[in-house]
Ligand binder design. Structure first.
Ligand code: SAH
Length: 227
């Protein structure tokens, strides 16, 4: 940790500047050190104020590398996992992205400077409303949040160049695979209960799907489809 951040913490100061230093340390120690290399992704992690996406009482824990509770059984994901999934998504400025599981809006905010447009669906209406308000207040202009069920995807805006799930379904919903553009990529935690794998699906130009498991993860389960 930089000397200044350490000193500021020592005297109990939490100025905005301190958060910037803590964030810089987080990116170096937990994200770069663990193998995330994409400079644009690292810059997005450096510039996204995670402390403004967590409950006020947890602000000082915002730059530790762990998930934090945000109410309604939801969590804001661990920063390393957010960075890793964002890198796996291979974002680029012309692309339109669908996110399932808005939660706090943090993952959407990290994606915002990296892509053209983010569409994000959250099943808990209160979380959707909070995230929409927060993202608006912080000046994010290319994120659209909808309260709804991720199992349905967002047919009006499909197909998407990229799809990211931040809640884990037991299996990747076919509806979402169908809403992935040809040449697109989907990144999702998949699996029943706590037995989850991070999965990358690449859709080729002909429309075929190739799937790769890249490691074990632990996300909140995706709430089942309403019937
Ligand atoms: N990406 C979030 C973390 C999300 S935690 C962030 O950056 O803060 C997972 C979120 O998925 C929770 O908010 C949960 O309510 C939501 N979720 C669970 N099941 C869902 C479903 N079927 N459709 C949409 N959202 C869902």
């Amino acid at each position: 940790m930089p000397l200044l951040a350490w000193l500021a913490m020592g005297v109990g100061l939490q100025t905005p500047d301190t958060y910037t230093l803590l964030r810089e340390a987080m990116v170096r120690q937990h994200i770069e050190a663990r193998g995330v290399r994409d400079q644009a992704v690292l810059n997005a992690m450096r510039s996204t104020p995670r402390h403004l996406f967590v409950p006020a009482a947890l602000r000082d824990a915002a730059y530790l590398d762990g998930p934090l509770p945000i109410g309604y059984d939801a969590t804001i994901s661990q920063p390393f996992i957010v960075a890793w999934m964002t890198e796996l998504l291979q974002p680029s400025p012309s692309l339109r992205v669908l996110e399932i599981g808005t939660g706090s809006g943090y993952q959407a905010a990290v994606l915002s400077p990296l892509v053209r447009q983010v569409y994000s669906i959250e099943i808990v209406p209160e979380l959707a409303a909070q995230a929409r308000e927060r993202l608006g207040r912080l000046g994010y202009r290319n994120i659209t949040v909808r309260a709804g069920d991720g199992y349905a995807g967002w047919p009006e805006e499909a197909p998407f160049d990229r799809i990211i799930l931040t809640a884990a379904p037991a299996a990747i919903p076919n509806v979402l695979l169908a809403q992935l553009a040809k040449g697109g990529r989907l990144v999702a935690p998949v699996g029943p209960g706590r037995n989850q794998e991070l999965v990358v699906v690449v859709r080729d130009a002909g429309g075929g799907y190739r799937r790769e498991n890249v490691g074990a993860v632990l996300f909140v389960p995706m709430k089942p489809e309403k019937r």
